[in-house]
Design a protein around this ligand. Structure first.
Ligand SMILES: [Zn+2]
Length: 365
């Protein structure tokens, strides 16, 4: 076991993570704004909230933003970093030069129940289409494998047949094509995986409101949306949705360094996605100077991550989230997105905080 002085900032469940974040925010003297979910609840009936802590001078012109929990149990990672930044004094030091905006639990339902998707089985990072009244994006490749992507039965034979069908697709078209078909986003199978929804979710509307309020008066901003589940164990890949050479990619390099991958040219561990949060935040930033990235930390192998995603989605669509299967499914999902290993949380801490510091130096220059 690696000795990791930051391990105490990382929590074993959503309720603890939220309490630690709010406590650290209060101790650091941050202004806190809380948005309670109007109808969804967590295990044991606890309320759910998206919470924002803001530090720094009221007239700051630059801001550093970090968002956690877009994908449920991926929130353990970002929450640990946010809480640690507040509790260690790092956020306070950065706040001498910038406004610090920390948005905790973008998807509190998924965080609390250990499922990547939200209370309506929506993948929030596919839910930011600019206009839901326009025809929704088609994904015929997903349609072709929909039954295998999210089988309605957890019977072992059904699961094995579904996995064989996906592997056959990969054999015929390549693993990259399978990843794109499955995870690129789909808007036609509400009980499937990586479903983008048919309207803006509560989380979508709420984070846009908090983000806009948190950035009032700001002229320059850098934002990290924290993710886990893709790539090698503990490696934090910076993902930019803009193509290399574009204005936004160039700003992201200026803020975070040139070790950046793009979903537009195949260099990223991520497929090219529809309706992402980053796109919406860039639009909200408008004419301000902005760099918005996802930071993706690898955990375990892709099939384990996919099986955990599929199972936790099944539990919420077809199963009983308080039933006998729930404990194992939730634990497997947590393990897939949040390796509770001090070496992993240390790598997360080092990478995420060094990027926040780098962006802070750029914005101060
Ligand atoms: Zn994610």
């Amino acid at each position: 076991m690696t000795d990791n002085p930051h391990a105490r900032y990382f929590s074993p469940d959503y309720d603890t993570a939220r309490s630690r974040f709010l406590q650290a925010a209060e101790t650091a003297g941050a202004t806190v704004e809380r948005a309670f979910h109007p109808h969804a609840t967590g295990p044991g009936g606890i309320d759910l909230s998206m919470d924002m802590a803001v530090l720094g001078a009221a007239d700051a012109s630059s801001a550093l933003v970090m968002i956690s929990g877009t994908h449920g149990p991926e929130g353990y990672c970002g929450s640990g970093v946010q809480t640690g930044m507040l509790a260690s004094g790092m956020a306070g030091e950065l706040a001498a030069h910038h406004r610090i905006v920390l948005i905790h639990a973008h998807n509190p339902y998924g965080f609390a129940w250990d499922t990547r998707f939200n209370e309506d089985n929506i993948d929030l990072n596919r839910n930011y289409l600019p206009d839901f009244t326009a025809p929704l994006p088609a994904n015929p490749s997903y349609d072709a494998i929909a039954a295998a992507a999210a089988p309605a039965s957890r019977d072992p034979d059904a699961l094995e047949a579904a996995e064989m069908a996906l592997l056959t697709y990969a054999r015929d078209h390549g693993f990259g094509a399978l990843q794109q078909a499955l995870t690129g986003g789909q808007y036609t199978h509400p009980q499937g995986v990586y479903f983008g929804g048919t309207a803006p979710s509560w989380s979508n509307l709420t984070i846009q409101r908090l983000f806009s309020a948190g950035l009032e008066g700001i002229e320059r901003l850098a934002c990290i949306d924290m993710h886990t589940g893709l790539g090698p164990f503990g490696v934090g890949e910076i993902i930019c949705e803009a193509a290399p050479g574009s204005a936004h990619f160039t700003r992201a390099v200026a803020a975070f360094g040139d070790d950046i991958c793009s979903t537009k040219d195949g260099t990223s561990v991520s497929a090219e996605l529809q309706g992402t949060l980053d796109t919406a935040l860039l639009a909200l930033a408008g004419s301000r100077w902005s760099a918005v990235i996802a930071l993706e930390f690898g955990t375990v192998d892709p099939m384990s991550v996919f099986r955990a995603t599929q199972a936790s989605s099944w539990l919420h669509v077809h199963g009983d989230r308080n039933g006998p299967d729930a404990r194992d499914i939730r634990q497997a999902s947590r393990d897939a997105f949040y390796p509770q290993d001090p070496a992993w949380t240390q790598a997360v801490w080092d990478r995420a905080t060094s990027l926040m510091a780098a962006a802070g130096r750029h914005l101060a220059a």
